[in-house]
Ligand binder design. Structure first.
Ligand SMILES: [Zn+2]
Length: 204
């Protein structure tokens, strides 16, 4: 069994693998899936990076507001256009937003983007309160409606990726996306970093 085989079947398998591999990290981290889901905060994305052999998988969960400017379901043609253009921008620029070491020769082998994932109700009172606090000043969503863009990008490289560094350039494409909460699993190694305004790198 390899990670790449497991990833082939999509996001739910991805979350499943990480749950198995990282039980302690999962319980209070941004890793995707179920209860471990990161708090929805505008301008903040959860980025989960898995390096294995010659491949890197990057999973992104980001409030829709930070990608296409609103969080209700796009129904009007103008909204659909705005959403689709932003999602396309994310898709075609994934290798510029997530900057792998050029010497690795990585190329995107697959991209899976879900443009509208409704934010689930927070089950705990405390997180609900925090959620409200985070959003009281935001105008770009209807009351009680939050949605996210979930994306997964897989890169195949010509060399082993362990030990390389990953940089970010999100704000040049999505200017309100200021903070990336990055978790890395590379081989057996786990690490994490909060990247603000694309400053800083993480090691695979
Ligand atoms: Zn929201």
């Amino acid at each position: 069994m390899t990670f790449s085989n497991r990833f082939a079947s999509g996001a739910s398998a991805y979350a499943f693998v990480l749950t198995l591999a990282l039980p302690s990290l999962h319980s209070h981290s941004a890793f995707a899936g179920g209860k471990g889901h990161a708090a929805h905060e505008h301008g903040v994305a959860a980025v989960n990076v898995v390096g294995e052999g010659n491949s890197v998988t990057i999973q992104l969960e980001v409030p829709s507001e930070s990608i296409y400017g609103f969080e209700h379901e796009a129904k009007k043609p103008a909204d659909i256009k705005k959403r689709d253009e932003a999602v396309e921008k994310l898709k075609v620029n994934a290798d510029k937003i997530f900057v792998l070491d050029p010497s690795l020769g990585c190329k995107i082998s697959s991209a899976d983007i879900k443009p509208f994932v409704l934010e689930a109700e927070e089950p705990e009172k405390e997180s609900k309160k925090e959620h409200k606090k985070e959003h009281k000043n935001h105008e770009n969503h209807k009351q009680g409606t939050h949605s996210e863009v979930h994306a997964s990008f897989k890169f195949e490289c010509s060399k082993a990726v362990a030990g390389s560094s990953l940089k970010f350039a999100a704000r040049g494409f999505f200017k309100s996306l200021r903070t990336l909460k990055v978790q890395v699993l590379s081989g057996e190694k786990q690490s994490g970093a909060t990247i603000k305004d694309d400053k800083g790198t993480v090691q695979l």
